[in-house]
Design a protein around this ligand. Sequence first.
Ligand SMILES: [Zn+2]
Length: 399
Amino acid sequence: MMSLWGNSEHQYFMKQFILFLISISLLLPLFATSSASVSVKNLRVWNAPDNTRVVLDLSSSIDYRITPFYNPDRIAIDIKNARLSKGIPHEIKNNPYIKRFRYGNYSKNITRIVLDLKKPVRVKSFTLKPNNVYGYRLVVDLFDKKKTVAAKIIRPPAKRTGIVTIAIDAGHGGEDFGASGKKKTREKKIVLSIAKELKKLVDKDPALRSHMTRTGDYYVSLRRRTKQARRANADLFISIHADAFRRSSARGAAVFTLSNSGASSETARWLANKENAADLVGGASISDREDVVAGVLLDMQMDKTLEYSLSFGGQVLKEMRKITKLHSKTVQQAGFVVLKSPDIPSVLIETGFISNPYEERKLKSRKYQKQVATAIYKGIKQFISHEKVAFMKPASTRK
Ligand SMILES: [Zn+2]
């Protein structure tokens, strides 16, 4: 047997083997970049009353295409050179749009994710770049085809009823957790609880009615929040938050309004920048991020609205002081995007700092959540009687 492996023959095989190793090492990086360059790491679903949002976590930016199919209804998300991580869900429970997910290869280098649907949908998709919370993401929003048409026909009531409409805006939601406490308490959850308590108080009052900009755990873009308030013919807009600060010693409640001449303090500027970045975390398409009211800040109407916002904020602060320490004794001002309605007095209330362990515990308690809601409610009542409802304008002036 040994004779078969003569010296020259052995060298020949060694040479072949080395060539083989070299060719493999050359091919490997090619394979990595051309056949499996993006990994789909996770898939999340968020349900809103009028849509479902599917979010894919990705290792890098992607080339993708979405195709709808009918009979049976389904949509295909095709991604070039993708690799799916294990643990991506196949099942989904109680979703109004999606029956299940299926995964497969459409062609050699295209991975297909199929959403089997319960009914035909309208699809809107966009990608998001990394931020300090997430990496690259693909967002696919599914809307009810019929509902959207119906929603456009409904117009706000033309005549005022004398009832004051309060837009209650629970900050963050869905992909955007907001701030987190040391004990992992999430701002989005706390502020929704407070918002719901406030809604109860407002709805019990025959002189008031409420509109919630979000009612569950899903993200609503900042622009859509103000749009909703306008559509509901809101007279006041109240955004509820419980943020974190760089120093965990920071504590106390604070009330903010818009500013047309820069921020009133460093904290106000810092918080406004943080809040304004919510769309990047929560996920908003470019059309949802356009700032339609930019440039109207110097309008006379805006000045009047700001005056009412400051007056209303002052009333809320007066009530908040009775239940908690104040971070600042006067209404603070900064360029919060969510407060930019030119004709609706708007305030943003920081109900406490979730980054402060003492306040985190307090914010989690039902008792404090109810106290905050009551303080805001009393602030609304004080403001209305103080301003004698002069701030209310006929609906026809609303755009
Ligand atoms: Zn916040």
